[in-house]
Design a protein around this ligand. Sequence first.
Ligand code: GDP
Ligand code: IMO
Ligand code: MG
Length: 425
Amino acid sequence: MPAIAIIGAQWGDEGKGKIVDLLADRTKVVVRFSGGNNAGHTVVNRLGEFRMHLIPSGIFHPDVTCIIGNGVVIDPATLFKEIDELVERGISTDNLNISNRAHLIMPYHILLDGLEEEARGSGAIGTTRKGVGPAFTDKTSRLGIRVCDLLDRESFRQRLGTVLEQKNNVLTRLYGAAPLAFDDVYRDYCRYGERIAPFVRETDVIVNEALGRGDLVLLEGAQGAMLDLDYGSYPYVTSAVSGGVSLGLGMSPSKIESVIGVFKAYITRVGGGPMPTELHDESGEFIREQGREYGTTTGRPRRCGWFDAVAGRYSVEVNGFTSAAIMKFDILDEFSTIKICTSYEIDGDSHIRPPACPYRLEKCVPVYEEMPGWKCSTSNIRRFEELPPQAQAYVRRIEELIGCPASIVSVGPDREQTIMVRPVP
Ligand code: GDP
Ligand code: IMO
Ligand code: MG
């Protein structure tokens, strides 16, 4: 059996956690390969409701090996809090493995995330302020500290000494902030090192051995394609690539047989940056309240809008989705008419691809097509044929516009509230 990748197709929070939890029962390995604890993946199953930030959403299946891969940046404090909360609720984390190559979020990353945001003023990205961007910056500029560095105190002392001196210079000279005390950071991270050690592995070996045995591996993407560093609405993006599976994990892309793009039946965004179909009216307000559209990580209200098929089609193209999961379908149950954006207009010209430049994306005026709503509850429906004809037509129109068949329609947060439209391998 090969690997299946679950990738956010919009601006994040599409419902990836639900899909991973749903598919994990037929899987042997679930891997987070990108992002950090800026992610918030909600899982609702018979054990309760859980908000996962770093730990893969497959953790609820005791026979599934869960991996935090090398492409993830790890804040150890958040990691241990998440482990403790799970254990308190009776969920074992014995099946968790952490890459020795993953980079760490350090206290200066969190401070710098806040200071950099303040310095951006009206151009602020609206980051989660978890230190994710600065940690990825240090990874690229070769100033990062990795999980394996914590396992040898003497080499960690030296590494931290060099890096912290530079970081304290930035904190004090550039931002006029107080420096961090070496002894405090060293002591805290040595403790984290002791606690993380039993989880640390060469995780790429585990993944490749599993694939060699023919086990199914599920790849849990974080964020979404429109937040991708290259393909997203730069600079209002996050620091990881949504489809960077092989880099963030150490496996060949040839092993990925199926890529499921996770979409909401509408669209949301949290933080700054252009969003052509954003609604500032009562429909947007209704979606936010009905869909409980408040950030899983920061609690911020999410910006809500109609389904954007321009962004959707682009997302299918750049990620090569083999099928789509259409989530939160039930949130549209009460609308008499539903709009889909089929193209953008910029200065009177029609566009069917999102422009690369933010100032042009800001100018995009959505061109809508209207479809009749179905005006009845879908949350107890489990078969596609049982959806009202208008609801079926809405799914079919999305498939047509984005150029990708739907494999899943989700009609509620619970694992059970799912319609399998066609088989997922
Ligand atoms: P993720 O980051 O992609 O995993 O998504 P989030 O967990 O941040 O946000 C998705 C939210 O929608 C969570 O609160 C889920 O419990 C909820 N959810 C997922 N699918 C559905 C659905 O089909 N219907 C409803 N009503 N809620 C859903
Ligand atoms: P999941 O995995 C939604 C957004 C932030 C901000 C931008 C940069 O739950 O879908 P960062 O802290 O990453 O530097 O912030 O990216 N963002 C997300 N939005 N869902 C997420 O994750 C996100 N992770 C980052 O709101 O606009
Ligand atoms: Mg989320």
